[in-house]
Write a protein that binds this ligand. Structure first.
Ligand code: GRF
Length: 193
């Protein structure tokens, strides 16, 4: 019997709370997919631990572990786990060109702001929320976009707004946005898969 359940490979560098939302969304049957592999450039990332806890293959792949052949190693791993879709959930590295071309239009990233504002090199983590507050924006949000060779520059697929509130610190704002990401990511993946 063939199954139309898709395989999502998730790339994550740190905490992996977005990864967890995807895993939970799959387990709850909200997303017609399974997480087939989790790849991290950071061997100590909580994301890899979360994957192991769920019996999902968790693989540390970096320039160093792949002996200078990062693109080939990533590609082979994605093929090995029969990846249909790649989701970058807090992945801090650029995706090599060979992987981009093999999975063209099937690699997505989530960014914690309303791109094209507050994106690009250096715009990650708390820096994004500091920039939103420094700009005096009254709203921020979440963007899911296609991945290209530039950070945060691929075509925008979906956005969700999140209000900025009086008295927000970057940390408070970050927490509000992240909470919404966990809902938004599941809605997005259930829609496209
Ligand atoms: C999220 O804010 C996401 O938008 C960004 O990285 C963060 C990942 O958070 N790309 P977590 O590691 O999943 O908790």
């Amino acid at each position: 019997m063939t199954s139309d359940i898709k395989n999502i490979a998730v790339f994550a560098s740190h905490g992996g709370s977005d990864l967890q939302a995807i895993i939970d969304g799959c387990k709850a049957g909200k997303i017609n997919a399974r997480v087939c592999v989790v790849i991290s450039n950071n061997s100590g990332s909580l994301a890899l631990q979360r994957a192991r806890d769920e019996n999902i293959p968790a693989i540390h792949i970096s320039e160093k572990t792949s002996l200078g052949n990062l693109g080939e190693t990533l590609f082979k791993t994605l093929v090995q786990y029969q990846t249909d879709v790649v989701f970058l959930a807090g992945y801090m590295k650029k995706i090599p060109l060979n992987v981009l071309s093999a999975y063209r239009n099937r690699i997505f990233n989530i960014h914690p702001a309303l791109l094209p504002k507050h994106g690009g090199k250096g715009m990650y983590g708390i820096n994004v929320h500091k920039a939103v507050l420094a700009a005096g924006d009254t709203e921020t949000g979440i963007t899911i976009h296609r991945v290209t060779e530039e950070y945060d520059a691929g075509s925008i697929l979906e956005q969700r707004k999140v209000p900025v509130q009086a008295g927000d610190t970057p940390e408070i704002l970050a927490a509000r946005v992240l909470e919404q990401e966990h809902i938004f990511i599941v809605e997005f993946l259930s829609k496209i898969l």
